[in-house]
Structure formats: structure tokens, C-alpha cells
Design a protein around this ligand. Structure first.
Ligand SMILES: *[C@@H]1O[C@H](CO)[C@@H](O)[C@H](O)[C@H]1NC(C)=O
Length: 315
């Protein structure tokens, strides 16, 4: 019987076996990855550069974009590289790094979304106290708590998962190293040893979920009490992007980790690990005039300065 120490690499699920399909997978992932880089990069630049966006909501959005960038960079480039090189291996340490980063970034993301729900709740239900409740110290503490919860959760899961003896080979039925898929490889009796860690995470996630739901119940009752139609519309549009992002995150992440067929597992994994980081920036900037103005400035500034450089080089 072999155990985990005898592997120095894992095999990931390939997307395709023929060269054409591999190329198709590579270009598709490249497109999505570039879109995610561009979208999140623009949001980060806009929030960092435009002083009108120096408010808690946009700082949290900056946090979210950083986490999104990290999350998509953990899985997609490796999968693209494997497709291009017609291989399916990932080193043991690479696999551990993926497990760690994925747990860290996604837990962090859900925690930041929870903090953002609280931010929207204060902005809409207690507008007069917004400045005192969401001071910069308080916001920094909340953001730090969100990142720390992700970090601790990642330590827990990585330590746990990789301490288990693996009896069932090194073939991971997913395009990246995902905790449930690696647990499937463990010897059946040791499975119970890590259940408590999964339970802790589920409780944490459920707590966040309840918190978000309660915040939105309060937000909606406050919105409905606003007398003017225009005021209601404005208040609602203040929290619509956040609500959309939360719904997307939950609806893609809610599927059980291993359904019956590997093909379905693959689609579900793409849904929860690739789609949200790529479309979150779109959702946030779609109907947000402040952000759009800032983005327009960033883009025109980029073109203007690169135009200047080109001009200078030309001379
Ligand atoms: C995250 O948000 C907090 C709270 O607004 C802010 O102080 C901090 O600078 C942000 N961190 C990053 C890395 O964006």
C-alpha cells in the first residue's frame, strides 16, 4: 500500500485529449483570464487613483478584486500551461499551494462579502451614523479579520488534507487540486479525521450566510420605508451589485463537491472557481456611475500617457 509520502506529483483532470480541443481550452481560458486581469486590474487602479472612490465600500471592493485576481491566478494559468504542454501533472508542493491559496482566497472573499453586507446595511439603515461606525480604523480591522479568517481556514484545510495517508493513487478528478477531490484519495478510515475541519468551515460559512441574509432583511425594510420612489430606487441601486455578487458566489459554490460524473464536476468547478472572479468587476461597474467615470479617467489617462511615450520615442 502506498501512502502520500511516496508521491511527488499528482495528476489533474485534463480538459481535452486531442490537440485541437486542448488548443480550444487554452484559448478559452486565456480569454477568460485576460478579461479577469483587465477587469479587476482596472477596478484596483480606479479605486486607488480616484480620491472620490476613497470610501469604505470601494476599499472593500478593492479587497474583493485582489482576492479575485489571486483566486483565478491559482487555477487557470496552471491548467492552461498543462493543456499547452500536453501534460496533466502538478507537483506535490504545487498541489498543496493550490489547496492553500484556494481555501485562503475563497474564504477571504466570502468574509469580505459579509463585511460589505454590513457596510451596505449601515449605509442604508443608519446613514447618519455611517461616518462614525465605518471609520477607517474600524474598516481596516474588519478587512483584516476577513483576510485572517481566510488564512486560518486555509492553514486548517491544507494541514489536515495533506496529513492524511492517500491510498487511492494520485489522480485528482479535477482541473486543480481541490480539497474534496484529494480527500477522495485518502484511505477510507482516515476520512473521519478531517470531518471536523469541514464542519468548522461549514459553520463559519453558514454564520456568514445568516449574517448577510439578516443584513438584507434590514436593508429591505429600510428601503421600503423610504417615501419617495426615487429615494427607494437610489437606495436599492446602492446594494444591487453586492447582492448580485453574493448570489453568484453562493449559487455557483453551493453544488456538492463531487457529483456523479467527472464531466459535471468539471463544469461545476469552472462555474465556482473561474466565473465569479471574471464577472465580478463587470457586475460592479455595470450601473455604477462613479466607478464608470473613474474607469474612463484611468483608461484615457493610460492611452494619453502611452501616446505621449510613443510620441517621445518617435522624436
Ligand atoms: C481592504 O479594505 C480595508 C478597509 O477599507 C482597507 O483599509 C485596506 O487598505 C484594503 N486592503 C487592501 C489590500 O486592499
Amino acid at each position: 500500500m502506498s501512502n502520500s509520502s511516496s508521491f511527488n506529483e499528482f495528476l489533474l483532470l485534463p480538459f481535452a485529449d486531442t490537440q485541437e480541443l486542448q488548443l480550444l481550452h487554452f484559448s478559452l481560458f486565456l480569454g477568460i483570464y485576460l478579461a479577469a486581469l483587465l477587469g479587476n486590474g482596472l477596478i484596483i487602479t480606479a479605486v486607488a487613483c480616484d480620491h472620490r472612490l476613497h470610501t469604505p465600500m470601494y476599499y472593500f471592493l478593492l479587497n474583493l478584486s485582489l482576492l479575485d485576481l489571486g483566486a483565478i491566478s491559482t487555477t487557470v494559468p496552471k491548467s492552461m500551461a498543462n493543456s499547452l504542454r500536453d501534460t496533466r501533472t502538478i507537483s506535490y508542493s504545487g498541489c498543496a499551494a493550490q489547496v492553500f491559496l484556494i481555501s485562503f482566497l475563497f474564504t477571504g472573499e466570502f468574509s469580505v462579502l459579509t463585511v460589505m453586507a454590513y457596510d451596505r446595511f449601515v449605509a442604508i439603515s443608519k446613514p447618519l451614523h455611517y461616518g462614525t461606525i465605518m471609520g477607517s480604523r474600524a474598516c481596516a480591522k474588519m478587512a483584516a479579520a476577513a483576510w485572517a479568517s481566510g488564512f486560518l481556514n486555509a492553514l486548517l484545510h491544507t494541514g489536515n488534507t495533506f496529513s492524511l495517508p492517500l491510498c487511492k493513487g494520485n489522480v485528482v478528478e479535477q482541473f486543480f487540486c481541490d480539497v474534496p477531490q484529494i480527500l477522495k484519495l485518502s484511505c477510507s478510515d482516515s476520512y473521519l479525521r478531517v470531518v471536523w475541519a469541514v464542519v468548522i468551515t461549514l459553520c463559519l460559512a453558514f454564520g456568514c450566510f445568516v449574517f448577510i441574509v439578516l443584513s438584507y432583511v434590514q436593508i429591505f425594510t429600510a428601503v421600503l420605508r423610504i417615501p419617495s420612489e426615487q429615494g427607494r430606487h437610489k437606495a436599492f441601486s446602492m446594494c444591487l451589485p453586492h447582492l448580485t455578487v453574493v448570489s453568484l458566489f453562493l449559487s455557483t459554490g453551493i453544488f456538492p463537491p463531487s457529483l456523479s460524473s467527472p464531466a459535471l464536476d468539471l463544469v461545476v468547478a469552472v462555474l465556482y472557481s473561474v466565473v465569479p472572479p471574471a464577472v465580478n468587476p463587470l457586475i460592479y461597474s455595470m450601473r455604477n456611475k462613479e466607478l464608470k467615470d473613474a474607469l474612463r479617467k484611468v483608461i484615457s489617462w493610460t492611452f494619453f500617457s502611452s501616446g505621449n511615450i510613443a510620441f517621445a520615442l518617435h522624436k
